[in-house]
Design a protein around this ligand. Structure first.
Ligand code: ZN
Length: 226
């Protein structure tokens, strides 16, 4: 059985890929060079794909800087040092317009070519930083759409499933799960705004990651700038 696994190079997507392997899938890892300011994560994605034995790893270029609209793709500063309550309250400027819909659509196309009925996505609705395209209702709607959108779905040859093994887990639980599946988190990259390849320690993503390791009583193998 083949599965397409979206892989950003971060902690969540690495754990999601490990879950696909645990579930017996031959994994096809998919990353995007979308003009993100933290392009260094693509090197992490390549390392993680190799480490977790992906059958293939593709990086597709789509330049979302063409219209910007996000702190990750435009000239907006990445927020630093925000309190966790503030993160949960609103959709942050690091939201990339329709990103998961763009990524899942391409994953769906590759799945159809591979004859794969399964897509893995490392979204999380607990520490989800307010992103609308990480919610269970969104995932269910996409899955329904996918089965209407494809030749494979219409001919009834297969029913496509979107797996979100982390969706109800806290960051600490995700880390514990990943470690039990042999994920080496020193290979991953989470920071939205790295300087010289090093994690800033202060953006939402760094803070959620550090809090997750602390809550799990574990040491984050990454070095932080601050
Ligand atoms: Zn950071």
């Amino acid at each position: 059985m083949n599965a397409v696994c979206l892989l950003s190079g971060g902690l969540d997507s690495a754990t999601s890929l490990a879950c696909a392997r645990r579930d017996g899938f031959q994994t096809y890892a998919l990353s995007f060079d979308y003009g993100q300011r933290h392009r260094v994560e693509l090197e992490a994605a390549a390392r993680v794909a190799t480490h977790l034995g992906a059958a293939e790893h593709k990086t597709i270029a789509i330049d979302l800087r063409a219209f910007g609209g996000s702190a990750l793709t435009g000239d907006i500063d990445v927020p630093k040092g925000r309190a966790t309550e503030t993160m949960a309250g609103t959709i942050p400027v690091t939201y990339v317009p329709a990103r998961n819909t763009v990524f899942l659509s391409i994953a769906l196309a590759w799945a159809e070519v591979l004859g794969a009925t399964d897509i893995f996505l490392g979204v999380n609705a607990v520490d989800y930083s307010g992103y609308p395209d990480c919610r269970p209702a969104y995932i269910e709607a996409f899955e329904q759409m996918a089965n209407l959108a494809t030749k494979a779905g219409v001919e009834g040859a297969m029913r496509l499933r979107i797996h979100t093994p982390l969706i109800h887990l806290s960051k600490a639980e995700i880390i514990q799960l990943g470690l039990s599946l042999g994920v080496d988190y020193s290979l991953t990259h989470s920071c939205y705004d790295p300087a010289g390849g090093r994690a800033c320690g202060q953006c939402d993503s760094c803070q959620l990651r550090r809090a997750g390791f602390a809550e799990a009583g574990l040491v984050d193998p990454l070095e932080y700038a601050g």
